[in-house]
Design a protein. Structure first.
Length: 217
C-alpha cells in the first residue's frame, strides 16, 4: 500500500480567540498523519504581546508571518486554514508568501478581495462591523490603513470556502456574498454547523480538510 504523503496545516483563529480553539481538530488531523501548527496571533491565547503594542495588521499577524518566514524554499507548501477574522491576516500573509502556500481554506471566515482594502468585507455589514469593533477595537481599527492585496500574489493562491450553515455570527447569506464578491476554487458547506464549527462539527470539518489536502496540496 502506498504511504500517504504528510501535509502541513497552519490553523489561524478568529478575533478574541487563540490557538486553543483548534485543539480537537488538531488532534484529528495529526491522527491522520499530518503536521499541524495552531498559531496564537499577537495578544491572543498565550502570546504575550500587549494590545497597545499592536499598531498595524502586520503587528497583529507577526506570529503567523514568522511561521511562513521560517519555511525553506525546499519545504512543502502549507495549507492555511482561517476562521472568522483570521481570514484577514491569512490574506495578508498570502500576499507576502504566495509561493509557500498550497491553498487557503476560509472556514466561515472574512475573505478580502483584491480590489478593495480588507476592511471592505467588514464594512458591508454595519451591525457586524460595529460588533467586531467593540470586541477588539485595537485590531479592527488598524485595518483602516491597510491597502488592498494584489491579484498577482494573494489572488493567485488557491482558495476554498467552507460555509457554516447555522452560523449566527457571520450568517450564511453574508458568507455567500463574500464568495460572489471574490470567487473561489471550490465551495463546501457544513449545513448544521454553527460559527465554532471546530467544536460542534469537528469530524465533518476534519473530513473536508483532508479532502482539500488530497486535492490541492
Amino acid at each position: 500500500m502506498e504511504k500517504e504523503i504528510q501535509k502541513r496545516f497552519v490553523l489561524v483563529h478568529g478575533l478574541c480567540h487563540g490557538a486553543w480553539t483548534w485543539y480537537k481538530l488538531k488532534m484529528q488531523l495529526e491522527a491522520a498523519g499530518h503536521c499541524v501548527t495552531a498559531v496564537d496571533l499577537a495578544a491572543s491565547g498565550i502570546n504575550m504581546t500587549r494590545l497597545d503594542e499592536i499598531q498595524t495588521l502586520m503587528d497583529y499577524s507577526k506570529p503567523l508571518l514568522d511561521i511562513l518566514s521560517s519555511l525553506g524554499s525546499d519545504e512543502d507548501k502549507v495549507i492555511l486554514v482561517a476562521h472568522s477574522m483570521g481570514g484577514i491576516p491569512v490574506a495578508m500573509v498570502a500576499d507576502i508568501f504566495p509561493s509557500k502556500i498550497a491553498a487557503i481554506v476560509f472556514v466561515s471566515s472574512f475573505m478580502p478581495d483584491t480590489r478593495n482594502p480588507p476592511a471592505y468585507v467588514l464594512e458591508n455589514d454595519l451591525v457586524l462591523a460595529t460588533m467586531l469593533v467593540r470586541a477588539n477595537p485595537v485590531v479592527t481599527n488598524n485595518l483602516a490603513g491597510t491597502k488592498s492585496f494584489s491579484e498577482e500574489r494573494y489572488g493567485s493562491v488557491t482558495r476554498i470556502y467552507i460555509i457554516c450553515g447555522e452560523d449566527n455570527m457571520i450568517p450564511g447569506d453574508y458568507q455567500r456574498w463574500m464568495i460572489s464578491n471574490f470567487p473561489v476554487k471550490e465551495v463546501m458547506e457544513i449545513k448544521d454547523a454553527d460559527h465554532m464549527v471546530m467544536f460542534s462539527k469537528t469530524q465533518e470539518l476534519c473530513a473536508r480538510l483532508l479532502g482539500i489536502a488530497d486535492k490541492y496540496a
